[in-house]
Design a protein around this ligand. Structure first.
Ligand code: ARG
Length: 459
């Protein structure tokens, strides 16, 4: 049991207590960030004359050696240390002797762990953003290729009006674009350096906090040492943003599952992204989409868990806060994994375009347009609504689509109909007439695609 604080104690810690308290099994994940933070700290200590240049060089060489050996596998991070901070410090002292004992001057594990977690999270936010951008790139490609792929748009999961596949994919583009902007906001707000806050009340050493902040790529130091060591808001924000990413993925997953069903057959998931059944030879299941939908619960759980952990904690640091790590690590791993897999699945998925168009043709998705036709010929909208309602009933009885009716049949219900009704309610017209910005018409879609292309090129 390697601890940093034995001096005041007369008895060994109980083994169960030690294990309960230790965090090495999960905080070893940010050994690199811990070392990076320590290097910045001693660089600043030397600049301020708190350490000699000689001590600084010895410590930095030692720390870099530890980093190298962990990376090449010759130094293993084992559970005999309480946490990653103890591991690094103990190994440093082993390697360089007394100078190593000066590493922790003007620092507490409280500001150290706050820094490590921020450095780790910052790197992960950049990765999450990259994965979201990849998803957007795949979606934009689908949008470009499918401005004339007609399909039903749904409300209440009932066919409503015709749209295009480009338009449908465009909806998800907007969602994941907002997710990216949330990541960017969080990064900007959290990017202040807690190092130098000490245990809670700063230190008596003349630290240069601006300098360490700058060395570590922060926009500046945090402005209250109590808050610095006990702020976990940025993790809650990140969990909330990741929950929203997962919510979006889960909605998308649900649609893929429906589209992939035997009844819809709008899409075929690539063999590489589907699984079979051990008993039913005909099955090809959308397990990846289902797992993504299922894992959403884990990420929501992490958000609720950290919110609850934080709600009753008096200032400043309390050990409860150690609970942030496993939750956030798991949520980040889950969200990143789901994003990567889902993007791959969408990229390789086949869209059954004829089937989509056929489905749009057979769900009376052009009924609104038939009513609009009458309105354009002077019939009040409420009357037009009633007339088209009767047309629909007539077609349902005969199991036909509106476009399958003869002109005589149209005229029998309303004499206003003329030959041009067919063109007015064709799938193409229904979509192409909708050209206000944000609508599915090709012209409107192409404007949006241009804008999104410029956005992806710029950030
Ligand atoms: N493992 C601890 C955590 O994650 C590090 C900080 C320990 N500080 C302390 N005062 N015990 O929160």
């Amino acid at each position: 049991m390697a601890q940093l604080w034995g001096g005041r104690f007369t008895k060994e810690t109980d083994k169960l207590v030690y294990n309960f308290n230790a965090s090495i099994s999960f905080d070893k994940r940010f050994y690199e960030q811990d070392i990076r933070g320590s290097i910045a700290h001693v660089t600043m200590l030397a600049k301020q004359g708190i350490l000699t240049d000689e001590e600084k060089t010895q410590i930095i060489d030692g720390l870099e050696g530890i980093r190298r050996d962990v990376e090449n596998g010759t130094l293993e991070i084992t559970d005999e240390y309480e946490d990653i901070h103890s591991f690094v410090e103990a190994n440093l002292i082993d390697r360089i002797g007394d100078a190593g004992k000066k590493l922790h001057t003007g620092r507490s594990r409280n500001d150290q762990v706050a820094l490590d977690m921020k450095l780790y999270t910052r790197d992960e936010i950049i990765e999450l953003d990259g994965l979201l951008k990849e998803m957007l790139t795949v979606l934009l490609k689908l949008m470009k290729e499918n401005t004339e792929t007609y399909m039903p748009g749904f409300t209440h999961l009932q066919k409503a009006q015709p749209i295009t596949l480009a338009h449908h994919m465009g909806a998800y583009f907007e969602m994941f674009k907002r997710d990216r902007s949330r990541m960017k906001d969080i990064y900007k707000r959290m990017n202040l350096c807690p190092l130098g806050a000490g245990a809670l009340a700063g230190t008596t050493y003349p630290l240069d906090r601006e300098y360490t902040a700058e060395l570590l790529g922060f926009d500046g130091p945090t402005l209250n040492s109590m808050d610095s060591v006990s702020d976990r808001d940025y993790l809650i924000e990140l969990l909330s943003a990741m929950s929203t990413v997962m919510m979006h993925l889960s909605r998308f997953a649900e649609e893929v599952i429906i589209w992939n069903s035997n009844e819809y057959k709008f899409v075929e998931i690539d063999d590489a992204y589907s699984t079979g059944s051990s008993i039913m030879p005909q099955k090809k299941n959308p397990d990846i989409a289902e797992l993504v939908r299922g894992k959403t619960g884990r990420v929501y759980g992490a958000l609720m868990s950290l919110l609850t952990t934080m709600k009753g904690i008096p200032l400043a640091y309390n050990k409860d806060m150690q609970e942030d790590k496993e939750l956030v690590f798991d949520a980040i791993d889950t969200t990143k994994g789901c994003l990567a897999l889902f993007t791959g699945m969408i990229r390789t998925m086949q869209f059954n375009k004829e089937r989509m168009e056929e489905s749009a043709r057979h769900g009376f998705t052009n009924a609104t347009d038939a009513a609009d036709y009458l309105v354009n010929h002077g019939v009040p909208f409420r009357d037009a609504h009633g007339i088209v309602g009767r047309l629909v009933l007539y077609c349902i009885d005969r199991k036909i689509a509106l476009d399958d009716m003869s002109l005589e049949e149209f005229k029998a219900i309303s004499p206003v109909f003329e030959e041009d009704i067919y063109d007015a309610i064709s799938m193409k017209t229904c979509v192409e007439m909708r050209n206000t910005i944000g609508a599915p018409g090709k012209e409107a879609m192409e404007k949006v695609i241009k804008e999104e292309e410029a956005y992806l090129a710029s950030e």
